[in-house]
Design a protein around this ligand. Sequence first.
Ligand code: G3P
Ligand code: MG
Length: 243
Amino acid sequence: MKVIAHRGFCGEYPENTMISFKKAVEAGCDEIELDVQLTKDNVLVIIHDESIDRVTDGSGNVRDYTFEELRKFNVMATFGDKHGFNPIPSFEEYVSWVKDKNVTTNIELKTGHFYYKELEEKVIDMILAYGIEDKVMFSSFNHLSLSRCKELIPKIECGVLVSKSGIGNQGYYVSKFNFECYHPDIEGLNDDIVEDCKAHNVKLNVWTVNDEAGLKKLYDWGCNGVITDYPGFCKEWLKSQEG
Ligand code: G3P
Ligand code: MG
């Protein structure tokens, strides 16, 4: 089972920052999950919320700041200034760092609240510019965004994000739209959905799992990946199962 570091190693470092991504790699993760949005001057940036209020020492919406303005804020969510100054990274900064690392990336397109014009095109252009198209996948709660990505670059896998769905025919749904993966909240996952995904050859990557009980459930279900805030812990647990 693949260990996917949620917003990097966000259990111990400020989410979606370069330190969080670097520490996730040090912890041995297989993949990094991150969230992408667009600034006022059309720079792709990595941040979870549409507003910067929760995670930084500033306030307002990402889309109302230029990149240069945004860089002045510190990502302090959860840890205050314990880890010093950690700005919001641009997607390009991340891509130029990750291109030589032995990890893949789950790029979540945060297109559920605001319409970011051609965000999908911009993300794909960046991926192609750095030649990492074989090391990435997309996910989104906005399934139309995934459709757009599929149209633009069919070979990159897409994961359908859902929150506590609970409905049984999700494997059919995912395969019907020619996507490859299903990304449910563990709270909404059950035997019926797992079976339906298997029947339709759909891979399951499940969030956000930080404890042994959850890990065991995913392991027994034969899931493809666990999306976690604690990649090192998950790696150790998986090793203990194999050894
Ligand atoms: O991709 C898993 C997870 O990141 C989806 O939810 O809200 O943490 O982006 P969220
Ligand atoms: Mg995410």
